[in-house]
Design a protein around this ligand. Structure first.
Ligand code: ZN
Length: 302
């Protein structure tokens, strides 16, 4: 009899535990998807060497135009979605109107000149543009996608590796899903890429670049990726992305990747257990902390 009761208790406990896991995942699933437009007006990021189809492809401008397309895909699939940008509202057209129409949330902290700031939630994480990661953390976002275009320099090339950068604990599923969508719908299917596909790259140590955002999100259990799948100085990419149909297909594929991930993902999120224990990422920061000397940043190693 005792054995039977014990088994019942264990079974009941197991069910409760499983339920709380599912609830955790569902709580995050119900959360908002954050799409962050990389860079800001006045610091637009990388530019193409020349105009193609009458447009100079610039990463920040591109994403002001097309983040709304990603958002539409996500919202139609039933998730809330917010577009953020770390800068101030654009004043020149057409971007001023686009920002209003897409409801871009201007976080008004561009960190001009690459100025680095610590995360207000995980102050050993440091980066330029950390305010967007902090917004996702405050919002308890389902995931965040930092929207960028890549560049290998100021001349045209046909090279460059299409990658989705992701955080260590929580980002691989999301990154894989976006890679798959880009590979199935865009790369080498309309957008020439020399037969090369997109790949996932974890970034964890270089905390004074995008790894700072990824690590901060990881600490709070948020899947985070940086899209670096197309190159402004790859002429074939520029040719494709400066045409409205191509740009939309690219943005839609990213949206499909996000939605496919949210629909199928059941893994519980990993949250940092102890803010006082440095990990690989914060060690990377600590090694540079004296040189960088960022006000307000926390050193875990000396
Ligand atoms: Zn960028």
């Amino acid at each position: 009899m005792m054995r039977r009761i014990l088994i019942l208790i264990l079974l009941f406990g197991g069910v409760l535990f499983a339920q709380s896991q599912v609830q955790n995942v569902n709580a995050l699933r119900g959360g908002t998807v954050v799409l962050d437009i990389g860079h800001f007006m006045g610091g637009e990021g990388a530019s193409a060497p020349q105009a193609v189809n009458g447009v100079v492809l610039r990463e920040c401008e591109f994403w002001y135009r097309y983040a709304g397309v990603v958002k539409q895909v996500v919202e139609r699939a039933g998730w809330r979605c917010v577009i953020t940008n770390r800068g101030f509202a654009p004043t020149r057209e057409p971007f001023a109107s686009i920002a209003k129409r897409s409801g871009v949330l201007q976080l008004q902290k561009p960190d001009a000149g690459g100025k680095r700031t610590p995360s207000r939630y995980h102050p050993d994480r440091v980066g330029s543009g950390m305010v967007s990661a902090d917004y996702a953390i405050w919002k308890r976002a389902a995931c965040i996608i930092f929207l960028h275009l890549n560049s290998t320099g100021s001349r045209w090339t046909s090279g460059g590796r299409s990658i989705i950068l992701c955080n260590h604990f929580n980002g691989h599923g999301l990154a894989n899903s976006i890679c798959n969508a880009l590979n199935n719908e865009v790369l080498n299917h309309g957008m020439p890429n020399g037969g090369r596909g997109c790949s996932v790259e974890e970034r964890r140590v270089d905390a004074d670049r995008s790894a700072g955002w990824l690590n901060a999100c990881d600490d709070s259990g948020i899947p985070a990726v940086v899209v670096e799948a197309a190159f402004v100085n790859n002429r074939a990419h520029a040719e494709y992305l400066t045409r409205d149909a191509g740009a939309r297909a690219f943005a839609q594929a990213i949206g499909h990747g996000v939605v496919n991930f949210l629909r199928s993902d059941t893994t519980p999120r990993h949250v940092r257990e102890n803010e006082n224990v440095p990990d690989v990422g914060s060690f990377g920061y600590a090694a540079e902390s004296r040189r960088l000397n960022v006000p307000g940043a926390r050193r875990l190693l000396h």
